[in-house]
Design a protein around this ligand. Sequence first.
Ligand code: AMP
Length: 555
Amino acid sequence: MLGQMQKTPLLVNGILDYAALYHGEREIISRLVEGEIHRETYAQAHLRARKLSQSLLKLGLTQGDIIATLAWNTHRHLESWYAITGIGAVYHTLNPRLFAEQLVYIINHAADKFIITDLTFVPLLEAIADKLPTVKGFIIMTDEAHMPQTKLDPVYCFESLIEAENGDFDWVALDENAACGICYTSGTTGQPKGVVYSHRSNVIHTLVANGADVFALTSRATILPVVPMFHANSWGIAFAAPMVGAKMVLPGPKMDGESLYELLDKEKVTMSAAVPTIWLMLLQHLEAHKLSLPHLQRVLIGGAAVPRMMIEKFEKDYKVEVDHAWGMTETSPLGTVCTLKAGMENYSFEEKMQTKLKQGRPPYLIWLKITDPDGKTLPRDGKTFGNLKIKGPFILETYLREENEIVLDEEGFFDTGDIATIDPEGYMQITDRAKDIVKSGGEWISSIEIENIAVGHADIAEAAIIGIAHPKWGERPLLIVLPREGVDISTPEKVQKDILAYLEGKIAKWWMPDDIVFVDSMPHTAAGKIQKTALREQFKDYQWPPAILADDKGE
Ligand code: AMP
């Protein structure tokens, strides 16, 4: 016997319909590339998206076409997503921080038909346009007055396209399993790979993300997604906020401490989401100018592990709750969020801290396990670490144009490439990326844990551990430090000694870095994370000082 309920397809465009109908007056605020702050409502965004759908059809685009966006978080980018999916086409977010060759590879691999771009990236596209045979045209997200002189051809003005239409348009009817959006992995090893979200997976992801123990967004919230729409679907916020009618504040191209503070303060933002490097900049700005955050209630931090110092500062100094989250492009991206369970409200600050340093627990519909290298499931004791695997209706099944390659295990789990523990309460903690873990004498040293403790030292702005070959131990940890501005490292031995003394007792003796080196800048990936591959390249000729090689570590 079959159920007899309506089979309403799960399509993302319904989210904007709902926002316009029930939260039509709620605002979307954007800092534009042109400089000014733009304000509109969900009702206006809904109309403008439908007008843009009409013009995309007139430009010859149709169901199944892939349309790229190369843009910051603004209302125009948001409208583009809904306009593209509304004609049954597929949005493909391009990360402008990638090298030009990688962009060329990705655009050609996806066979993008059109590119909708911010003014910022016109020169970038002009430089590569002749290498993009599948791209039939460009739309520049600006008005007629700001249209640049450009070699891009054919080229259209976003605002003029919208002005020419009347918005009398119904989103096309689609199967909920139709492709909705594409995002490529950052490709730290090998070429980037395409992850194709469906309408169904995006809608389910959004419903889950809006759960009370997850993002807990409501119509009363004002959310500032600093996390770019080109980074893992802006963690789903471009769908999650309209689904509940939360006011959106979009930072455009400016993500420095001062610009973010201005928006947080003026727009009375209650929740925000970003990677740790962004928060580091904001915290430095707040400290330097003795500012407070009276409106902000919660920050969602993910993409890289959150250091203890960051949780402490937000929660103690600014009374802002930190929700640590983990996910990846392949998981839409939500995997876990670290919200406390019943019974934990009475924890001491230190007990809460120990939980919050973990990446959290999965909501319903996500299943996690850790396994040994043979695929055998390991215990959830909070100590044993293994390969983290994940399964669920918004987790990748295959990569774009690699449909015959099996990336799931026999139980349907996807190997995340992360190494983690899971404790008896279900809280998962990432120890490392599998390729970043330091293997010393057959044991594993967690680079993340040492880095997180190290950045608590007052002289350290950023810290990274890499494994360096060692004749006896296989590998030993080298600590690479970007000092805070103004720190005197003219006698490095003194600072090194001080950092080692700081680490002592906080990590196991055999985890202590064998040497510390200082750098003028830290390389970051396109997603704002410390780029270990670049550091490994930079230090490939590093040799341990003789005294360290002679040290037998107490054996
Ligand atoms: P991306 O697909 O670029 O978002 O990268 C996903 C990867 O980022 C994950 O597989 C993790 O290695 C890392 N990552 C994401 N969130 C966290 C977190 N909270 N703590 C540690 N690593 C994280």
